[in-house]
Design a protein around this ligand. Structure first.
Ligand code: GLU
Length: 551
């Protein structure tokens, strides 16, 4: 037996399958020309983050634009950092944001689907070890017995000599270890990791075309990096190459913190005889902090956790629509031209992504949301509002669910019309927006506009109560206010007032504002006639009388 074979049997005796077995088990996908197979590979080490949601969206729209496949793979090789419920939180989060998953972890209950599984790395140890064994057989991998202290000592020595740190070339202590030496150390019970015996040289350059950043040139990898850790579990680099090959990923779209590792990855793909996928490295979403651009931080920024958006009551569809504008510089133009089209029909191009990191802009999110919420029919608004408030504002939930027909009517005013009002961006805005419809929330405000005296306001409101007809149409309703104008020396028509402002104390619009404040305690509301009808005559008159006695 040649020494590579002896080494392979010494290190991984339990591996009996060959790479061919897996090549057959996971055949090339039969997809139309141009279809891209993409994925996200989150680690269940925390809750769903904005960055992961964004990455999932970018991958999803890549698959949608090419009739491809988007799958999820769970990278759970770091058991120490894993948190309970991490997988559920990520997958259910994506589903709540309507990111469809074609394959892999497709359901929050942890169920997997698809022919390329398991999609959980901890369940694939044997597969990685099979390909590791292959590399040993090819003389491209060897066991390293260095302790952390020895590695640290090497590093210190390299620093002292001012040479590049790392496990490479002559510094790679076990690079030429023999089978007998390895056997003796194993018999002593020493733990080992499997390292790549890198055939690369720092002198050589590799060039690749990044789907977002364009042409990138870097030195070839000469580091004997770890493939399998001492527990037989792979490092990210090795698992990435094996998984993305066997899962037939065509495009690896991932965070740009991985760019510097691309030389290692390309090397692995090539040594293993795999076709190198296309890479596209996405810059993180940035934020302006005192005028300076920085990455959104999981530690500092509440919006880094997707939960923030749900708690604030942002509709998931609004968040996704906003993230589309972050993802693609031409999405907004497309949306203007196709206001009602399904997002799926947008042709996404990775080249339209920001190279340095797009800015997160909450004001823009608010704008996008206001627009979309304004187009929602009132029954949808109520349903979503009930769902949100049940979880995040039980006081408001009680008020809404007490009389849902009334609540629906509240959110119908100036909605379902060609030019709906855009007052609500997120469900947490709805309480303040509608507070005057509920006695429990209504806080009177007796402040008059500057140009109206208390006497005039009182006189107007007193007369108004006498003529208020709750069955009046909008026109009749305003006509009634106009009728009261001459006696108070207000202009019934704004035009008359504008022509001769000195001749009047104000105009009918000013008086309607007084009425608006008395009934709603706001200067600005949706259609007041509709509001008053919904509140009912009795309540309106009570509020007006209360106002009169307090100004
Ligand atoms: N688990 C890796 C990460 O979360 C995945 C990177 C990739 O998409 O390959 O960064």
């Amino acid at each position: 037996m040649d020494s590579n074979k002896l080494m392979a049997e010494l290190l991984l005796p339990h591996i009996t399958k060959t790479p061919e077995f897996y090549e057959e088990l996971y055949p090339e996908r039969n997809l139309p020309e141009g279809a891209r197979v993409v994925r996200i590979a989150p680690s269940p080490t925390g809750y769903l983050h904005l960055g992961t949601l964004f990455m999932a969206l970018v991958n999803r729209i890549t698959a949608d634009s090419t009739n491809g496949i988007f799958f999820t793979r769970i990278e759970d090789t770091d058991k120490k950092r894993e948190i309970e419920g991490g997988i559920t939180d990520i997958i259910s989060g994506l589903i709540n944001f309507s990111i469809n998953i074609d394959e892999g972890f497709t359901s929050p209950d942890g169920a997997q689907s698809g022919n390329y599984g398991s999609y959980k790395q901890s369940e694939r140890a044997e597969i990685y070890q099979c390909f590791a064994k292959q590399l040993i057989l090819m003389g491209l991998a060897y066991p390293c017995f260095c302790t952390p202290e020895q590695l640290e000592a090497t590093r210190a020595e390299q620093e002292a000599q001012k040479v590049r740190t790392g496990y490479h070339g002559k510094w790679a202590k076990h690079r030429n270890i023999t089978v007998d030496e390895a056997k003796a150390l194993i018999e002593q019970g020493l733990p080992w990791v499997l390292r790549l015996k890198s055939p690369g040289s720092e002198e050589n350059r590799i060039v690749f075309e990044d789907g977002i950043k364009g042409k990138i040139e870097m030195p070839e990898n000469d580091e004997d990096f770890v493939l399998l850790k001492s527990d037989g579990i792979p490092t990210y680099h090795f698992a990435h190459a094996v998984d993305d090959h066997l899962m037939r990923t065509t495009h690896v779209i991932r965070g740009d913190e991985w760019i510097s590792s691309v030389p290692k990855h390309i090397q692995l793909f090539k040594l293993l005889g795999f076709k190198v996928p296309k890479f596209a490295h996405v810059a993180p979403i940035m934020k302006l902090d005192n005028g300076a651009k920085r990455k959104i931080s999981k530690r500092k920024d509440p919006e880094a956790a997707v939960h923030y958006f749900l708690e604030q009551g942002y509709d998931s569809n609004c968040v996704i629509e906003y993230l589309m504008t972050v993802a693609s510089s031409d999405f907004e133009d497309w949306r203007r031209a196709n206001p009602d089209a399904e997002r799926k029909s947008f042709k996404f191009n990775l080249k339209k992504m920001s190279v340095s990191g797009a800015l997160y802009d909450e004001n823009k999110l608010l704008d996008v949301s206001k627009n979309l919420v304004s187009k929602m029919p009132s029954e949808v608004v109520l349903e979503k509002l009930l769902n949100w408030s049940k979880q995040f504002d039980t006081e408001f939930y009680e008020l809404l669910s007490r009389d849902t027909a009334y609540a629906k009517a509240v959110f119908s005013i100036d909605r379902d019309v060609p030019k709906p009002r855009k007052d609500i961006a997120k469900w947490s805005d709805a309480k303040a927006y509608s507070s005057y419809f509920f006695d429990e929330l209504f806080v009177p405000d007796y402040t008059l506009p500057e140009n109206i005296s208390a006497d005039d306001a009182k006189a107007f409101l007193t007369e108004y109560c006498k003529v208020y007809d709750e069955n009046a149409t909008k026109e009749e309703w305003f006509e009634a206010i106009k009728q009261l104008c001459p006696a108070l020396n207000f202009a019934a028509n704004t035009k008359d007032y504008k022509q001769n402002p000195e001749s009047y104390k104000g105009h009918a619009g000013h008086l309607s504002t007084v009425l608006r404040i008395a009934v709603t305690s706001r200067q600005n509301t949706p259609d007041l006639c509709s509001i008053m009808q919904l509140l009912g005559k009795e309540k309106c008159i009570t509020r007006i009388n209360d106002f009169i006695s307090n100004i």
